[in-house]
Design a protein around this ligand. Sequence first.
Ligand code: CA
Length: 231
Amino acid sequence: MTTAPPPDRGLVLVVEDEQPIADLVRLYLTRDGYGVHVCADGDAGLAAARRLRPVLAVLDIGLPGISGTEICRRLRADDDWTPVVFLTARDDEVDRVVGLELGADDYVTKPFSPRELLARIRAIRRRSLGPPDTGVVHTLGTVTVDTARRSVTAAGRPTVLTSTEFDLLAHLMRRPGRVFTREELLASVWGYAAHAGTRTVDVHVAQIRAKLGDAAGVIRTVRGVGYTADG
Ligand code: CA
């Protein structure tokens, strides 16, 4: 069932087989001005993502049919970078979700508060809408980030990052040599300071490095502090 999307916020796809959770998420998103389409199984969810082109997808992981992670994997394989927030049932799913080439933008661990989920969604939407960009190009070593095109090249090779990975890399490269703590990065890039943990920063950095390949050294770990970008 679809709630008609208001023109300003757009449609969010929710794939969740536990009806009480789906209803709660729908209620909060609708109140916040989003249109909501709910699917209760993975195959319908994937089909809806392709058909409806939502502004964002909230995916439960354990679903009848294909899993939430599989939905995300298949979208990414089609070069579909719709922002994805996972609903994870266990904390130990987090590394798998954020780290393993799934291109998730964020996650919440069940049981979660709808307010927390909404905060994540707002932060992602804020970033993807963003302020108008004047088209700054940052280059460090062999890595170039173009904030107008939102494109990255590493060692002369175009590199596809998720929206969150891009924002994190661009944030670091904007101020080369400045060391950012994980908390600072959460606040600036994710848009909220209080999070279940700072591990999400680490898994995103690991993922960016994996994609940058030989140029991975552009992000340096500063032991006991955080991360910095330098050439
Ligand atoms: Ca489930």
